[in-house]
Structures are given as C-alpha cells and as structure tokens.
Write a protein that binds this ligand. Structure first.
Ligand SMILES: [Zn+2]
Length: 72
C-alpha cells in the first residue's frame, strides 16, 4: 500500500533574538593585588605594596577578597 501523503516540513523558526540585555555590570573594574596577598585593592590604597592589575571579576575568580580598608 502506498501512502501517498507526506507532511510538509515545518519551516524553521524565525531567527528572532532578543535584544542584548543592557545591564551594566561593574565587574570590569580594574583592581590591584599584591604579589603575596589575597586581597584586592583600589589603585590608591596605601596597603598596595606591589601593583598587579586585573579585573574585579578575575580577582574574585582567583579567590581574592576585597580589601576592608579601601573597599574596592
Ligand atoms: Zn586596600
């Protein structure tokens, strides 16, 4: 028996992408760490003995915690 009937392929969904979310994240702020410490600081903090700059997000990812003095 020949079933002479084929369902038409459904058209692919239109490529509707939502607009980019414009939430400003402050994680790209540059902070500074020292070579030995586990805290990150603002650039003008007096506790900074050596300055290694990285983004705040990276500092958090690497286990650094914000300095309690300069509160970056
Ligand atoms: Zn500090």
């Amino acid at each position: 028996m020949d079933v002479g009937w084929k369902a038409a392929p459904a058209p692919a969904a239109a490529g509707e992408t939502p607009a980019a979310t414009g939430t400003p994240e402050p994680l790209e702020t540059t902070v500074y760490v020292t070579r030995t410490g586990k805290r990150f600081h603002r650039g003008n903090c007096g506790y900074l003995k050596s300055k290694i700059s990285l983004s705040r997000a990276n500092a958090l990812l690497n286990g650094y915690t914000p300095c309690k003095i300069c509160n970056p």
